[in-house]
Design a protein around this ligand. Structure first.
Ligand SMILES: [Cu+2]
Length: 311
């Protein structure tokens, strides 16, 4: 599985189009730079050799010269404009009424990910079938965020009350790292995300698993954890399918156990880290919107057992 997070390692036609534009502009700039610097050096060397000193003869009102230095830059600018528009067409989804394949919503400081057709809801980890171009509707729940997965495409602002659209595609299966690219408050730096591109069969299996409602545990620690989750007001902020919890102040936890990270990338999703997070989320990610609960060791263990079981 290639892990990529660089614009120089494009993994989609959209990112490739952006990189091509970058190289073309770099080439044009390099040619202009060489011509200008070359002309300067040429005149320096020539006038030194000829032993010239003082101000050279000044030229005024040369129509030909003035037309040349106006038209050439104008043509270059038109060419760049044309190339940029072509690239924009390749990477931006049209703003029409077509229904999105994915709705991604920025929250301080995590990403909500919804698949309207199937009803799957998850957070921070966006599973996609490789080789398919998906239409994304990008929203924000609070302040301006910016969705950016460098290997897959352009940056796109997530603006409250103004959905934006773009194409998300990964040519090959793999994990592509991304982050919020617009300062959005104290934990902006820990608003990471990953796009996990899978083969069609793997994606279908993942989707099937996400659609299943986890059974409510009836005995042991997991059952205690389920009860704690209810009693400790976790349900005011989180959703777990098949239970009373259906809030979206924090990430949907229905299939938490199947995610790679917690806290939008701040910790790997292991038993130890989940315990650390629940013990004091403010120590792990200071300022984030989950309060510290001062849980007893028993409560902590019960909650971890319950949540880990949510595959
Ligand atoms: Cu942000």
């Amino acid at each position: 599985m290639p892990d990529s997070s660089s614009i120089f390692d494009p993994a989609s036609p959209q990112a490739q189009a952006i990189l091509n534009l970058f190289y073309i502009l770099l080439g044009i700039s390099l040619i202009i730079f060489l011509i200008v610097v070359g002309a300067i050096f040429y005149s320096i060397i020539r006038s030194r050799r000829a032993g010239l000193s003082g101000e050279p003869a000044q030229v005024y009102g040369n129509t030909k010269l003035e037309l040349t230095w106006t038209l050439i830059p104008l043509l270059i600018i038109f060419a760049i404009f044309g190339l940029s528009v072509r690239t924009m067409y390749a990477i931006d989804a049209p703003h029409d009424d077509a229904s999105p394949d994915l709705i991604i919503t920025g929250h301080q400081w995590w990403w909500e990910v919804q698949y309207p057709a199937s009803g799957v809801v998850t957070a921070n980890e966006i599973h996609v079938p490789a080789g398919q171009r998906l239409r994304v509707q990008l929203e924000s729940d609070d302040v301006i965020h910016d969705f950016w997965v460098p290997a897959l495409g352009r940056k796109m602002d997530a603006i409250p009350g103004h959905p934006n659209h773009f194409w998300l595609e990964a040519a090959e299966p793999g994990t592509y790292l991304g982050a919020c690219a617009e300062y959005c408050g104290v934990q902006h730096a820990w608003m990471r995300l990953r796009v996990i591109a899978q083969t069609e069969a793997d994606f279908a299996a993942w989707q099937q698993q996400q659609l299943a409602t986890p059974p409510i545990p009836t005995d042991g620690e997991a059952a205690q954890g389920y009860q704690q989750f209810h009693d400790l007001t976790c349900i005011n902020c989180h959703a777990i399918a098949g239970t009373d919890a259906n809030a979206d102040v924090g990430p949907d936890l229905t299939h938490l156990g199947s995610r790679e990270t917690i806290g939008a990338g701040v910790l790997a999703n292991t038993t130890e880290n989940l315990t650390t997070w629940l013990k004091d989320p403010q120590a792990v990610k200071p300022g984030n919107h989950m309060p510290q609960f001062s849980l007893t060791d028993n409560q902590l263990q019960a909650l971890v057992t319950y949540l880990e079981g949510l595959k």
